[in-house]
Each structure stands twice: as C-alpha cells, then as structure tokens.
Design a protein around this ligand. Structure first.
Ligand code: HEM
Length: 420
C-alpha cells in the first residue's frame, strides 16, 4: 500500500520505550484522558516490560498476542460471576442493570456457561445469521436513502447518529423480532443500558441504567409471552420453544446481552471503517471498485482500531501463562488492542494494511466466550461500507471526528460527513 494511503490520525511521537515508566504509572496514564485518546504508545511502554506485566500484587496485564489468546482459552482464568461479585459489591442484586448482565452468559463460568451458551446459540444459528444477508442489505439501503435526504444539497450529516448507530439496532431488532415502530425507543434504551457494561460506574449513571433495564426487561417479557402463544421465525421464538429451556430471567438477560453487546461495538466498527477510508482515498477507491476487498479491510479495521480494547479474568488457581506465573486470585486484564499490535505477531503493526491476509485479530475474544455476534457484525460492515461509498462517490469529512472518551470501548461519537 502506498504510504500516502496511511490514515493520518494525529498520533503523538512514540514515547521512549527504553525509559519505560513503572507499569502502574503507565496504567494510570492509560485510563486518564490523553491515554484514552492515544492508548497505543502506552501499550508499547507496557510491552517494554514483557508480554505479561505484573502491575502490583493482585493485578497483571497482558499485552502479547499469544499470551492473550492463551489466557482467553485457559479455563482456570474465570470471568467475574455472581458469586464473585458478592465479594466486591454485595448490593449488585439491587440493581436491575447489573442483575440484567450478570444473569447472562458473559458472566458465567463452567459448567453453567456452556449450558447457557448452548441454548442461546441454538436460536442464534449460523443459518439464521447468514439468512440475514438480504435483510442487512435492505436495511443498509434504507438508511442510505435517509442519509441522502439528510445530506441533500451538501448539508453536513452526522454519520454515527444517522447510520452507524442505527444499522446494528435495526439488524438485531430484525433478528429478535422487535417491530420497526419500537426501534427508536429501543435505540435510546439500549444506549442507557449499555452504560452498565462499562462496569460499576457512578451511582447517577447506574440509576439511569437501572431504569432502562427495568423497562427493557418488561418489554422482553411481553415479547416472550407473545412468542410463546404465536411463534414466528425469529431468535426469541426459537429460544422459548427450544427442547431445553432457559429460566425466564436468564432468557431476558441474554436477550439484553444480544441487544447491547452488539450495539455500540458494531457502531464503533462502522465509524472507524469509514474514517480510515476517508483518510485514505486509495482505500476508499478499492472499496468501491474491488469486490471482496472489504473482507480484509474490515478485518484490518478490527485489528487496528479494536472496538473492545480490553476484557478481564480472575485466576481461580495459581497458573502458568506461557511461562509467566500468575498467582491465585490475580485479576488479569487482557488488552486486546495491544495484542492486536504485537510486533511478534504482526509485521509493522502500526501500519493499516488491509492486504495482510488472514490476520485473526483477537477483537472478538477467543475460547469459550468468543463473541457470538462476530459473523453478524462482520457481515454488517462488509455490506454497508462498499454500498455507502459507491452510493456517494464524493463522500468526504465535514469536520473533525469526536472520539468517545472511554478506554475499553474505542469508537467515535461523531463523524461529520458531506455526501458531495
Ligand atoms: C464489532 C462488533 C463486536 C465486537 C468488537 C465484539 C466483541 C466481543 C468480545 C471481545 C467478546 C468476548 C468478551 C470476553 O471474552 O470477555 C464478546 C462476547 C460476546 N458478544 Fe460480541 N462483539 C461485537 C458484536 C456483537 C454482536 C453483534 C452481538 C450479538 C448480536 C454480540 C454478542 C456477544 C455475546 C452474546 C457475547 C458473550 C459470549 C459468551 O460469553 O459466551 N457481539 N464480544
């Protein structure tokens, strides 16, 4: 790829890795505002301490690709489940927002996790997901029609609000069987509920998420009873009529998870896909003209701007992670965004190169909790991006993008564009 095609985000000069500060200092910077905006030089400072970095007793971070991959597949490294939340936040059951998530598969360990995931994936089959291709194309085209109206006469349009946040909700609504007239409400409520995914936040934010979760819970219960009486071809009908069943509360929690886990993450992916293309006209041209180029392009965007920068696990027992001892009880933070730029895995990792071939970034995790929605969100981006760029060949930035000021969720809140 020609060098002028490199995205030109203003990244500060690389920090001097030879004089890497202590890990705890780097982590403090990383979660502060400048670190959240430019995490990648901080990851290299951490990497100067090795692929697995003990930060302090009880906390280790992992920045190596092979080590993150091994950690995600290691059953002695457990997710934080209900009983472990009891120890750190005994009141969690009082909060519908926390209860909603902690009852879902993302917060379950073996053997409970496999039972729950098996039942949910029984409704969320590859056949059902690949059967969504036509629907995703139609939903994309309808949103592009809307965009054309909003941006008529060269008016600036905000891509995240008008497209990137709408497509994932429209798609998951179609899968779950949420009628179109409920989707505006669904989008708003999903945004409120998603706050709780950032962890136990401040109590004001948690109160907003609690209210939203309670409302959404009622909505899903009503949908479940309608599908019990009259099944149709959607995920909820498949789940309520499966041979083995989830308890109602578990069913609601997992519907909540399907809605929220794929909402902002896919919106972040779509935003970065477009931003990187607008900054590299050669890539935008290839997306318009080269069938199949979008597959590697979306994969490279997932690697280069990982939408979920980190996840975490707890060591149930003392263990060895590819030669690095982890004491029992340690919290292990897996920095997926750093693993995806590990120079031992990727040549010139800071270069955006959609022609890398099979790069298998860890953006959807790995092992037993591997993202259930990966094929769906890949499909959305692969369909949407070429259609958008072909429909508006003059598409250009209309102002500076606004980044979400969070570390774990990496994406754009605003991407102003002009259609031409
Ligand atoms: C670009 C978009 C997405 C990204 C980057 C993403 C990322 C992830 C990651 C990293 C995990 C693993 C977390 C861990 O192991 O701790 C995960 C799990 C999960 N994701 Fe996604 N996700 C995306 C889209 C979606 C979509 C569209 C859906 C649903 C429609 C979805 C549903 C789930 C579910 C249900 C899990 C939990 C699986 C389990 O615990 O067994 N995700 N996702």
């Amino acid at each position: 790829m020609a060098s002028q095609d490199q995205p030109d985000e203003a990244v500060p000069a690389p920090l001097d890795t030879l004089a890497a500060p202590a890990p705890l200092e780097i982590i403090r910077e990383l979660v502060g505002s400048p670190g959240r905006t430019h995490p990648y030089p901080r990851y290299e400072l951490l990497r100067a301490h090795g692929p697995v970095v003990p930060v302090r007793p009880g906390l280790t971070v992992v920045v190596g690709y092979a080590e993150c991959d091994a950690a995600l597949r290691n059953s002695q490294l457990r997710v934080q489940d209900g009983p472990s939340y009891d120890a750190i936040y005994p009141d969690w059951r009082e909060h519908p927002a926390l209860r909603g998530y902690i009852d879902s598969m993302l917060y379950r360990n073996p053997p409970d996790h496999a039972r729950m995931r098996g039942l949910v994936s029984g409704g969320f089959t590859p056949r059902r997901v690949s059967g969504m291709r036509t629907a995703v194309t139609q939903l994309t085209d309808r949103l592009l029609d809307r965009l054309a109206v909003a941006g008529a006469g060269g008016a600036p349009v905000e891509f995240v609000a008008e497209f990137a946040s709408r497509l994932p909700i429209a798609v998951i609504s179609a899968l779950l069987g949420v009628p179109e007239h409920d989707q505006a409400w669904f989008r708003r409520i999903a945004a409120d509920v998603t706050i709780a995914l950032e962890g136990i936040t401040n109590s004001a934010e948690l109160a907003v998420a609690d209210l939203a979760m309670a409302e959404l819970g009622e909505y899903f219960l009503a949908l479940i009873s309608r599908r019990r009486l009259e099944p149709v071809d959607d995920v909820v009908s498949a789940l309520v009529h499966g041979s083995e069943q989830l308890a109602e509360q578990e069913l609601v929690a997992n519907m909540m998870l399907l809605l929220t886990a794929g909402f902002e993450t896919t919106s972040f992916l779509l935003g970065h896909c477009l931003l990187l293309a607008l900054r590299s006209p050669g890539l935008a041209r290839r997306l318009r003209t080269e069938p199949g180029f979008e597959v590697g392009y979306v994969e490279e965007t997932l690697r280069f701007e990982t939408p979920v920068q980190a996840t975490s696990r707890w060591a149930a027992t003392e263990l060895d992670l590819l030669g690095h001892p982890i004491p029992a009880g340690t919290k292990v933070v897996l920095i997926l965004g750093a693993a995806n730029r590990d120079p031992r895995r990727y040549a010139r990792p800071d270069r955006f190169d959609p022609d890398r071939g099979t790069s298998q970034p860890l953006s959807f995790g790995a092992g037993s909790h591997f993202c259930l929605g990966a094929p769906l969100s890949r499909m959305e981006a692969q369909i949407a991006l070429p259609r958008l760029l072909r429909r508006f060949p003059e598409l250009a930035l209309a102002g500076p993008p606004v980044r979400r000021d969070t570390w774990v969720g990496r994406g754009l809140d605003e991407l102003p564009i002009r259609l031409g």
